[in-house]
Design a protein around this ligand. Structure first.
Ligand SMILES: [Zn+2]
Length: 322
């Protein structure tokens, strides 16, 4: 049979409901961020556009409102595989005869009908034992230096928070595995209990009969309110860093087009030059507004930081947390 019949009521799989008030989804600071009053100054482009120049400009705090967009590439060295990479990505490794296509595993309608394929791969989504990468700590470094406007991430691993980045500087556009709720009545559930179900690959059901899922944004779901409420902040960025993503997922990718047309943009990613160029990035312009580094995020960030005064600060962050 294509779809398995879901038990309507399974007392042994019930989780204890947590009152909504404990989750505090209406944190005023999260919903209504303070918008900088001043507009960006005159843009400061690059002369050479190499890591040395960028390091020196960062260190001199020429840029004071840096927006960062990140993707799976920053978590690869933490041992977290992305979804789409051929052969190593999560989709490529899914061999589930029940699934019509690999992406169905994150399709809300499919999940409601048959949550078992999702739960079978869900141990891969638990990253509590993973250690942040140098790039995650670099984000914390920017915050410590008072020049991080906001970090927008597509990642659901929460390694930014583990590296110390504060919640007010982080937008997890595709959700996370830190919270969970019932897909029918929306009741909130403690993630600690859901993790046990994820580890044992057993679907968890609400007392209403609905299926419980972590707060990852599935296909068919809206992005979190936080993404929409904080996306306008990027209008005020005086520098945009795009790290570890090819920006193929929308609406997240549209943030890169929302910055001021004068805001410099630095891309650090393995591949994707042509895709960026097709989306309006001009890496070979004499003006050097857009810069592209093709390679390993951690290595390029490390090179940049060598030419700041923050080498020791970054090392201390890494040592303290590890
Ligand atoms: Zn429910």
């Amino acid at each position: 049979m294509f779809f398995r019949i879901r038990p309507f009521f399974m007392p042994n799989l019930l989780l204890t409901a947590r009152p909504f008030s404990q989750r505090n989804p209406f944190d005023p600071e999260a919903i209504a961020p303070s918008i900088p009053e001043d507009q960006p100054n005159d843009p400061i482009y690059f002369e050479k556009g190499d890591t040395r120049e960028i390091g020196k400009k960062l260190s001199a705090k020429i840029y004071k409102k840096i927006a960062v967009m990140t993707g799976s590439g920053i978590s690869v060295k933490a041992g977290i595989h992305d979804f789409r990479t051929p052969t190593t990505g999560l989709y490529a490794q899914i061999e589930d005869p029940d699934l019509p296509f690999p992406e169905a595993i994150f399709d809300l309608n499919y999940f409601k009908l048959d949550p078992e394929p999702f739960y079978r791969i869900s141990p891969n989504l638990i990253t509590t034992n993973k250690i942040p990468t140098l790039t995650h700590y670099f984000l914390k470094l920017l915050e410590d230096q008072g020049i991080l406007l906001m970090c927008y991430t597509q990642n659901i691993d929460s390694l930014e928070k583990k590296a110390g980045l504060s919640s007010k500087k982080l937008v997890q556009a595709h959700g996370n595995v830190d919270h969970s709720h019932c897909t029918s009545c929306k009741k909130d559930y403690p993630i600690s209990e859901l993790r046990q179900h994820m580890l044992s690959k057993q679907p968890a059901f609400c007392e209403c009969g609905g299926t419980i899922k972590p707060d990852i944004v599935f296909f068919g779901e809206k992005l979190p309110q936080e993404f929409h409420s904080k996306s306008e902040l990027i209008l005020y960025a005086d520098l945009l860093l795009i790290i570890g993503t090819s920006l193929t997922a929308y609406p997240f990718a549209s943030l890169a087009q929302m910055v001021s047309p004068n805001t410099p943009r630095i891309v650090i990613n393995k591949g994707g030059y042509n895709a960026f160029a097709q989306n309006g990035f001009k890496f070979d312009s004499e003006m050097k507004r857009d810069i592209f580094f093709d390679g390993d995020c951690d290595e390029i960030i490390s090179d940049i930081v060598k030419d700041t005064q923050w080498d020791d600060s970054l090392k201390k962050l890494v040592e303290r947390k590890n």
